[in-house]
Design a protein around this ligand. Structure first.
Ligand code: PEP
Ligand code: MG
Length: 311
């Protein structure tokens, strides 16, 4: 029956009782955005802008960047596209951005931190995004990766708002989750990156296969950070989504919705399984599943409890 539901589901995202959940795509460039636009998604929840420029030795010009971002916006006319500013460093090194040679790059100058030494890099990228939005008429939302303090969020939001765009931050550092309510006083939306949030909450390298049991997004401590963030969004009445791998797990997606997450952004391949699963459960079941997952002591018992509730 579940396979039939996957085949039959064609969007938009909603629970069995009609509670809307935006299903969005994670994309890397124009080609992947055009492919994702063929799936039943309502927009883009994460454009990883660094992925389009991984092989470059030098910074792409504002015009080159605007063309690249414009392709993604053009693939989703009339729908919103969340562009993430450069997340260079650690697992995504860029030759033209970042200090390099750091002893511990995952905890180093990466993501938004690059802009304290080199504000021009971020300003040129924001100029390119604003130009692409103006040229395509697209609805560009802009967010920063690796934000740890309210001051960082405030500084970033000011630069984005100056260009007339919506500003948000990724919640992928535990400090940002704990301060989500404060962050929401200075930004328009939050997007939870469970891949890094798990890495930093559990002090375990996300790329180490032998530590995957710790970086499992079903870890109750990781889920607590997600719940705190989702709750802050409900109180502030501002959008909070999840764009990490957790959103691509159909069972965990139900838990996230039960916590109050309003959008789920994922690789295009996960869209139908997640959308179909959500369409079979009520919002009350999702809330019960969230409570059960949060009160488990480990990922295995969290999964088992949620499976027992959702079938
Ligand atoms: C995340 O950290 O969960 C995320 C979505 O960003 P990335 O995987 O690109 O670090
Ligand atoms: Mg991340």
């Amino acid at each position: 029956a579940r396979r039939a539901a996957v085949a039959g589901w064609s969007g938009p995202g909603r629970t069995a009782d009609g509670h809307p959940v935006e299903i969005l795509a994670n994309v890397a460039d124009g080609a992947s955005a055009r492919a994702a636009a063929r799936a039943p998604v309502e927009g883009v929840g994460l454009l990883r802008t660094e992925l389009g420029f991984l092989g470059r030795e030098t910074e792409p010009t504002v015009a080159e960047q605007a063309a690249a971002y414009g392709e993604v916006l053009a693939a989703f006319p009339g729908r919103h596209v969340v562009l993430r500013t450069l997340d260079a460093g650690s697992d995504k090194p860029l030759a033209y951005a970042g200090p390099g040679g750091e002893h511990n790059p995952a905890l180093g100058v990466r993501g938004l931190r690059l802009s304290s030494d080199d504000p021009g890099l971020l300003d040129r990228q924001l100029d390119a995004i604003a130009a692409a939005a103006a040229a395509t008429g697209g609805e560009a939302w802009v967010m920063a990766p690796m934000v740890a303090t309210v001051a960082e969020a405030e500084g970033f939001a000011a630069r984005v708002h100056r260009r007339g765009l919506k500003a948000g931050i990724m919640v992928e550092v535990p400090s940002a989750a704990l301060l989500a309510h404060r962050m929401l006083q200075v930004v328009d939306f939050l997007s939870i990156g469970t891949n890094d949030l798990a890495q930093y909450a559990m002090a375990a390298d996300r790329s180490a296969a032998d530590l995957a049991y710790l970086t499992d997004p079903w870890q109750p401590a990781v889920l607590q950070f997600v719940a705190i963030t989702a709750d802050a969004g409900l109180h502030a009445r501002k959008p909070v989504g999840v764009c990490g791998e957790a959103a691509a797990d159909p069972l965990l997606a139900c838990v996230l919705v039960g916590m109050g997450v309003g959008s789920l952004s994922m690789a295009a391949a996960a869209v139908r399984p997640v959308g179909a699963r959500l369409s079979t459960v009520t919002s009350q079941q999702c809330e019960d599943a969230a409570e059960a997952a949060l009160s488990a002591d480990d990922p295995q018992s969290a999964r088992a409890a949620v499976r027992a509730l959702l079938g």
